[in-house]
Design a protein around this ligand. Structure first.
Ligand code: P6P
Length: 354
């Protein structure tokens, strides 16, 4: 019988590699796993609990907040506001960084999270997910500041996601590979089910919203045609799979090989950056892909090198098997110099003083 490895045991085993570790980081990952169990419980019975549907409020992007969005956001905050492990939090659902209440002590990590990505799919029972990323505090003083949050993905201490689907899985990395755990509801534990995940070769799928094709730049169109007929490399054409729920589309390509992309375009030349959120989606998934032997690019270069200038900054994302993503960069570099210039100016803007 294979050993039952809970997420707590796995995190502790990983912590043993860092003699100086205080256990604070391990406990933070445990707190996130606990929040995931509570969200999973509500997500799988949302229809019964009367929390399906939308609230009458909107988030910072002007998107109608689903009731489960708000529930998940509150759970993650409440599980972490008092633990003295964090100096600040940031949520996709909040305009600004979230301070640790003054009556609680502050810690040395920052937690960024998208509490329930793809929530518009909840009412039709499509899998949704939570995405999280953890940075180390770098500013002086006890309390967290915006500079602790706006760090590049290359500085991440950890990242992960939870997918609430036919089963609930938590996938995370601390820079020591990518590991997947499946929730056993009968005991309420996440058990190691996918150790050392590597994006497999050959790739099988490509995931993009083909309905946006008329907005795509020439290079992105050429890339998509290439995926549909890859030849010369002895690679079969890829199949299109897109469900419109980022964690689900990403998870499929991580486990089976392929590429997810949400490109920018020139529909509005002053907004060439697409829909993905750098701090709440792109950094975390880019770190995971990198740790699984893949690569994530914004079309110009690695998403992990982007120096953020705004909490809700957006970035295009091409993520999956490295050679596929590098081919996307090649087509864009060859055919889309106008877009490269417009997006590059946004990407490299300087942070506005607060
Ligand atoms: P589109 C869901 O709203 C989301 O943020 C991601 O989960 C998903 O990948 C994307 O938007 C889908 O966007 O424009 O294809 O509907």
């Amino acid at each position: 019988m294979t050993a039952l490895v809970t997420i707590e045991r796995h995190i502790l085993d990983q912590q043993k590699r860092y003699p100086q570790a205080t256990g604070s980081f391990t406990s933070l990952l445990y707190d996130i796993a606990l929040a995931a169990k509570i969200i999973a419980r509500e997500t799988t019975r949302a229809g019964l609990a009367g929390i399906l549907g939308a609230t009458d409020s909107e988030n910072v992007y002007g998107e109608r907040q689903q009731k489960l969005d708000v529930f998940a956001d509150n759970i993650i905050f409440k599980m972490n506001d008092h633990t003295q492990r964090l100096c600040a939090m940031a949520s996709e659902e909040h305009d600004d960084i979230i301070a640790i209440p003054p009556h609680y002590g502050a810690g040395k990590y920052v937690l960024l999270y998208d509490p329930l990505d793809g929530s518009s799919n909840i009412d039709v029972n499509v899998s949704v997910g939570t995405i999280f990323a953890i940075h180390r505090k770098i500013s002086r003083g006890a309390r967290g500041r915006i500079e602790d949050v706006l760090q590049p993905g290359s500085s991440l201490a950890a990242a992960g996601y939870v997918i609430y689907g036919s089963s609930t899985m938590l996938v995370y990395t601390t820079g020591q590979g990518v590991h997947g755990f499946t929730l056993d509801p009968s005991v309420g534990e996440f058990l190691l089910s996918h150790p050392d995940i590597r994006i497999p070769e050959p790739p099988v799928y490509y995931s993009v919203n083909q309905g946006h094709e008329k907005y795509w730049t020439h290079g992105v169109r050429r890339f998509t045609r290439w995926l549909q007929g890859i030849d010369g490399e002895g690679q079969a054409p890829l199949s299109q799979r897109y469900i419109g729920s980022l964690v689900t589309d990403f998870h499929r390509n991580l486990l089976q090989g392929g590429v997810f992309y949400y490109p920018g375009d020139m529909r509005s030349p002053d907004k060439p950056y697409g829909k993905m959120r750098l701090m709440f989606e792109v950094q975390a998934l880019g770190f995971i892909a990198d740790q699984a032997g893949g690569y994530a690019s914004d079309g110009i270069g690695s998403v992990l090198t982007i120096q953020p200038h705004h909490l809700h900054q957006r970035a295009p994302m091409f993520v999956g098997n490295r050679w596929l993503v590098e081919q996307a960069e090649a087509f864009i570099h060859q055919h889309d110099q106008d877009w490269v210039k417009a997006y590059g100016a946004y990407r490299d803007a300087k942070r506005q003083p607060v």
